[in-house]
Structure formats: C-alpha cells, structure tokens
Design a protein around this ligand. Structure first.
Ligand code: NAD
Ligand code: TYD
Length: 350
C-alpha cells in the first residue's frame, strides 16, 4: 500500500539503519528523512539509498515550530517514526537545555503537526515514538524493567526522554492521536558516533589511546545490535497496538569492564596484536555524576505479542561491529575530526 512515512533523525546512528531498511523493504512508501544534521547526523550514513527514488532528505530542526509545520504541509505523512534527539548522557550533563529543546519541544512540535494534519481521520495513521530504557531509572543487582515499571529518570537526557514519552501518551489520551512507543536498551553497531562506549574504545584501541572506564566499571547495560532494533521498530510501527509501549532489549547484560575486555580481546585477534595488548590501555577515570548502576530490559511482551527476538549473540554482533569500523576507518576518523561538520557548514550555508 502506498504511504508517506516521515522519519526524524534518520542521519543519526539508529535512524540511518531504520531509513535504509524502510527505503529498501517498502518501495511503495515514500520515506522522508527529516534531520537537522547536528554533530551526530551524517548523510554519509545514507549513501547507499540517497539515489533511490522513494527517499527524500529534508534538513529540518524539529524544535523550529514553523519548519515542522511546513514539513507536514508539504508531505502530509500518514506515519511518523520519531528518532531525532540529543542522545548522549554526558552532553546532557553539560548542556541540559539543548536536550529540552530537541527532545521535549521538538517532540511536542511533531505531535501538534501530526494532530493538525490528521484532523479526526486517524485511519491508517500512526506516530511511533522511539525512546529509551533510561526513563525507568536504575536497577540494583536484580530485576528487569517491564512496560509497567514506574518512570524514574536521573540524567537530564533520560528526564527529557521521559517527558517526551509523557507528552506522546498525553496526546493519545487527550486528542485520541494514534501513537505507539518503544523503549530500547543500549544499541551498538555500525555508524555509531565515537562518543559512546563501544566506538570510542574501538577508535582509541586503533590509536593506542587510553580506554576511559567510569568509576569501577561495574555498571551494567543490556546491549542490542542496531539492525535488530531497526527490525523491532519496523514490526512495532506496523503491528504495535495503539497507545501501547514495547520494551526492546538484547537479553544481553554486560558489566562495562567485561564488555571492554571482550572488545579488547577481539581487537587484538583481528589486528594481529599480542593477546592482552589492548587491555593495557584500560584506564579507570572519574565517575559520571548520577551514573545509573544497571539497566536490564524484559522484552518478553514484544517477543510474545509480535514475535520479535534479537538475531545475533553479542559476540557475533560485536565482531561484525569491529569489522565495520576496521573497514570504515575513514568514516571513523572523519567524524571524530569534525571535518564532516565543516563540509555541512559549507553545503548548507549555516
Ligand atoms: P544519534 O545522536 O546518533 O542521532 C540523533 C539524530 O537526530 C542525528 O542525526 C541528529 O542530527 C538528529 N537531531 C538531533 N537534534 C535534532 C533536531 N533538533 N532536529 C532534527 N534532527 C535532530 O542518536 P541515536 O543513538 O541514533 O538515537 C536515536 C533515538 O533512539 C533517540 O531518540 C534516542 O533517545 C533513542 N535511543 C537510543 C539508544 C542508543 O543506545 N543509541 C537506545 C535507546 C533509544
Ligand atoms: P554510553 O555509551 O554513553 O551509553 P549510556 O550512558 O546511554 O548507557 O555508556 C555506556 C556505559 O559505559 C555507561 O555505563 C557509561 C560507561 N562509559 C564509560 O565507562 N566510559 C566512557 O568513556 C563512556 C562514553 C561510557
């Protein structure tokens, strides 16, 4: 069936995999990628699809009310998959307001325009809000986040995402807007900006630089391969029940220090370095303020109701991820150097 789907944040890490999947998998859909190209957005991520006829890029800042209005008037999308966000916890600690602007105000702008555009005809319409498990706060040594766990965000990032989730549900309850939400655990894989743990460590191992481990390294995260997340988003967008949320996770918990050990060992093998070489780069550094001890997702609702499960083990996913970064060192060094920002500044005259 023909339809227009607006994907926000499609030049970012997860967004580029969602855009590529939708463009290829649904040739009858027109896919609009709206992204403001912050430091985290990179059109290089979309080279494979940029010339396919059902793909359109629009440079739009979702915190700009007028720009979002124009976007909806121009394309009248039936579906929205909203991924655009400021996404890095450490940046949210130094600049919380940027997170409020994009994650809260930007989301409300999109909700408002979807509401205006759809009027009272909600047939075949859906607003899929992509969120994080960090809204649930932190777990102790046991237990899992379920869809009914009370929200208890601690960082400015998670507080802004929690706020956006509340607005999405409020628009469903107040105006009947058809929405669905997904809350996912930590993603890893190709195209992740090297400020996040895994690509940062890959880059630093390549360059022989220290691998900074916050605190004692016992913090625990559940990791999911990004392409599995893109598949989950596809399924939830098409089959999720309105007003429901779905937890998405890898059934895959790792303490940071164990994960970095695994990464170091795989890198030594692939780079033909002596076993143990990369581990010598591990450096324990000052902890992140308000650092959440443990995130762990119960993704059984998605498995039971919509038959989704991660396709890879962590060791397989990590190996594929390292291979991608080794084959794309130009990409890695380019985004790390900021050279690509200069290119955008020229290209889009900012
Ligand atoms: P990312 O930082 O890699 O990409 C974000 C994208 O949004 C970039 O392309 C950026 O240019 C764009 N963007 C930022 N501000 C914008 C604005 N004002 N207007 C338009 N575009 C803007 O993030 P990601 O890791 O791909 O995360 C995508 C979504 O998934 C986010 O909503 C995030 O909260 C959520 N999420 C991420 C993870 C994870 O582990 N990365 C886990 C769960 C949920
Ligand atoms: P990160 O990739 O920033 O994701 P999030 O904060 O959203 O979970 O961090 C993952 C974990 O790794 C988190 O516990 C913080 C820790 N970490 C480090 O120990 N060192 C680092 O340099 C980074 C970026 C993160």
């Amino acid at each position: 069936m023909k339809k227009t789907v607006l994907i926000t944040g499609g030049a970012g890490f997860i967004g580029c995999h969602v855009v590529k999947r939708f463009v290829r998998q649904y040739p009858d859909y027109t896919i609009i990628n709206a992204d403001s190209l912050t430091y985290a957005g990179n059109l290089e991520n979309l080279r494979d699809v940029e010339n396919i006829s059902n793909y359109i890029f629009e440079k739009v800042d979702i915190s700009d009310e007028k720009a979002v209005q124009t976007l909806f008037q121009k394309y009248q999308p039936e579906g929205v998959i909203h991924l655009a966000a400021e996404s890095h916890v450490d940046r949210s600690i130094t600049d919380p307001l940027a997170f409020v602007k994009t994650n809260v105000l930007g989301t409300v702008n999109l909700l408002n325009e979807a509401k205006k555009c759809w009027g009272t005809d909600f047939s075949n319409k859906i607003f899929h809000h992509v969120s994080t498990d960090e809204v649930y706060g932190a777990l102790g040594d046991t237990g899992l986040f379920t869809e009914t766990t009370a929200y208890d965000p601690h960082s400015p990032y998670s507080a802004s995402k929690a706020s956006s989730d509340h607005f999405v549900r409020a628009y469903a309850d107040t105006y009947g807007l058809p929405v669905v939400l997904s809350n996912c655990s930590n993603n890893y894989g190709p195209n992740q900006f090297p400020e996040k743990l895994i690509p940062l460590c890959i880059l630093n191992i390549l360059e022989g630089k220290p691998l900074p481990i916050y605190g004692d390294g016992k913090y625990t995260r559940d990791w999911l391969y990004v392409i599995d997340h893109a598949e989950a988003i596809d399924i939830i967008f098409h089959k999720g029940k309105h007003r429901e949320s779905y937890n998405v996770g890898g059934f895959n918990e790792w303490k940071n220090i164990d994960l970095v050990h695994e990464l170091c060992d795989q890198m030594d093998l692939k780079l033909k370095r002596e076993a143990g070489d990369s581990r010598k780069l591990i450096t324990f550094v000052k902890d992140r303020p308000g650092h959440d001890l443990r995130y762990a997702i119960d993704a059984r609702k998605l498995e039971k109701e919509l038959a989704w499960r991660p396709s890879l083990t962590f060791e397989e996913g990590l190996s594929k991820t390292i291979d991608w970064y080794l084959e794309n060192q130009k990409w890695l060094r380019n985004v790390a150097s900021g050279a690509y920002r200069d290119y955008y500044d020229n290209q889009y005259n900012q």
